[in-house]
Design a protein around this ligand. Sequence first.
Ligand SMILES: *[C@@H]1O[C@H](CO)[C@@H](O)[C@H](O)[C@H]1NC(C)=O
Ligand SMILES: *[C@@H]1O[C@H](CO)[C@@H](O)[C@H](O)[C@H]1NC(C)=O
Ligand SMILES: *[C@@H]1O[C@H](CO)[C@@H](O)[C@H](O)[C@H]1NC(C)=O
Ligand SMILES: *[C@@H]1O[C@H](CO)[C@@H](O)[C@H](O)[C@H]1NC(C)=O
Ligand SMILES: *[C@@H]1O[C@H](CO)[C@@H](O)[C@H](O)[C@H]1NC(C)=O
Ligand SMILES: [Zn+2]
Length: 684
Amino acid sequence: MKAVQPPISSPLLLLLLHLWPLCIWGRCIFDQVQSSVRVVSSPILQPNPYDWPLNEAMVKQQVPVISVGRDDLTLQTTQRSQDATSRHPQSLRIRRMEKGWIKALQPQPIRIKTWTSRESPVLSHWERERVEAAVSEAISTVSKLLSVRRVPDRLLLNRDINKYCRFIWRNSSTYNYNRCGRANEKYRAESCLGVTIPDDHLSGYIVYPHPDQPNSQVLKPDGLGVPDTDFLLYMHTQSTAKCRADSSVLAYSVHCQTDADGRPIVGVVVICRESLRVDGFSHERMVQTVIHELFHMLGFSKDLYGTWRDCSLSSQSQLGVGCSSRGHVTNTDETGQMRIYSPNVIKTLHTHLNSTHTELGAPLENQDVGSGGVSSHWEARVLQGSIMMAALGEPSLFQIDRVTLSALQDTGWYTVNFSQAQSLLWGEGEGDLFGSLATCNESSSFFCTGSGLGCHYLHLHKGECQSDEYLEGCRIYKPLANRSECWKEENERKSELENWSGEIYHTDSRCFLSSLIREDHSSHSVSVVGHCYRHRCTGRNMYQIQVGGSDWLDCPAGKSIEVLGYRGTVFCPDRRFCHHHNVNPPASTHKPLLPAQLSTAATFSKRNHTPQPMISNSSLNFKPALPFSTSALKAGMIVASVLVIANVLFLLAVLIIIYRKCCSARVRVHAFIETPHVLQLQAT
Ligand SMILES: *[C@@H]1O[C@H](CO)[C@@H](O)[C@H](O)[C@H]1NC(C)=O
Ligand SMILES: *[C@@H]1O[C@H](CO)[C@@H](O)[C@H](O)[C@H]1NC(C)=O
Ligand SMILES: *[C@@H]1O[C@H](CO)[C@@H](O)[C@H](O)[C@H]1NC(C)=O
Ligand SMILES: *[C@@H]1O[C@H](CO)[C@@H](O)[C@H](O)[C@H]1NC(C)=O
Ligand SMILES: *[C@@H]1O[C@H](CO)[C@@H](O)[C@H](O)[C@H]1NC(C)=O
Ligand SMILES: [Zn+2]
């Protein structure tokens, strides 16, 4: 029976939209999926084209396909000026070949090509657009980071001899040792994670009926292969059982084949179709998820840790030549924590934590791990904010950090361009014990205790002190479910009612721990919570802040300040602002906004406004769904305020007439806004 996908009804959509921010997005099930797949490695029988030293025959075979026409041209022009060599066309040709060969060995940005699986359902125009935009951005990011010894000519995938062959000659002294003796009649095609690999991408297969005779039968010739490709990514967009089982799974992936160096050369990424349909679809989140999956497929995988290569003896220009196996890179430390111990990872973590321990490996997640206790994710308590954590959330809070990139460098298959690394603020300079279960229960600028309100450690969001399954009892300020972003102007409450703390939502606003309250507010002391105030840099780790109605005030890092017109204090965090980090709010929240989305956006903004009595009608006119200049918005708000004030004044007058008693001679702006509530109270 054909599985029919019910269209998501709009109440369900609304429900989804409300539930989404509450759960952990992008939980990764990579380890579970990868262990279900049989990875095909390069057959040992085939000569390794990178074998060193080269013999002339191989050079002749390989070079014509490696050297690019234009390089030949430039080579010719430079050669022409050198009379000696140009008189010997033979030596020139060999030189050209060598140059082409050396170039092929030099690491160059990895070329990742995608191929839509034959099994993928036909996607709607906008589903396809969302997938393609996200995947191509992810690939472009990764290929700027990683360079690889490129595959010459075309990438041709291997067939699994254990599938197409009924038996293999196993007598090592025979001519056809390790070759296929009989074909498996039931064999149809190669597949990986439910995706059929086209014959065109695969090498052929040959059967050798006699153990000692060279005669053979070609059952399938070689396919054409995939040109200019170092990693082939099969894309499969479908609502699979794994997607339906856990709505926080956006995508999952596996690597399917490795080359003679052990480098993964092909993978499958399944993109859960339901994640594209949700109205709260975020392009950034999808891009980040695909980058995360690519990092797994390219080497950050427990199934590949054992095949990482040590290339410290090979020269920088000839990546992969003269490498040896690294052996075990994972081990448990004295506390039972599983860690990766590889040179660049150790060095980077050492610098990051400013640790004194010279052999501190990077800890792996110990939740959600199967047998063996090795995970393909970093420990959330120590490397919070890394893109290789087991669960991702709001994209601006996760970085392509140096520790992850060091791990990819330590695979031996890539050289990494570290200039593209993003800074990981979490735990910086905090020492070896940072994030351990023994120390995380003490309040610090990273961990919290209790369940109060505060600021997420990047200060872009207001937060609530919480734990989760990966934190194992440690607590951190996680972004609030609702309107937590200080940099989002729309989060500003439309009424002044609740703004006794002088909050300002603005692109340069950040979260500050504060107990500020307006002097004219009746309550005398309030608890310290996270509030949004503007900030601007005046130097390294030096900045000023602005609170509602105040001037720009110096906020010395690590100290607290008072603000004129307010009781209480604001705490100025140390090494969080105007430091060497580039923690910024996302530039754009949504990628291509389609007309359909625009109309839903408008509906939602309307929906948000209806519960507000009185003010809604007038303010709705000034709340367009399209970008609007701030000055126009301000002008609009002034008009709106005048209207509101007029309304409220009228109401007040009515109240005065009815009750013939006046509350106070003091007239304050906030008091006006309170009146509708007074009315409501009396109505009930
Ligand atoms: C392996 O092949 C050699 C040569 O064909 C033969 O002499 C030998 O008996 C074979 N060994 C076995 C175990 O079949
Ligand atoms: C690394 O990336 C930067 C920025 O894209 C680029 O300018 C630089 O040339 C790259 N370095 C290498 C070695 O590729
Ligand atoms: C690293 O730690 C040492 C003391 O162990 C300290 O003197 C130094 O300032 C720290 N460096 C950073 C960047 O935190
Ligand atoms: C934190 O936990 C450790 C061990 O679990 C305990 O020894 C220590 O007293 C705790 N510290 C606080 C402040 O609760
Ligand atoms: C988010 O805010 C809306 C309106 O202010 C409220 O109805 C809803 O309960 C809030 N959701 C959460 C999870 O706090
Ligand atoms: Zn993962």
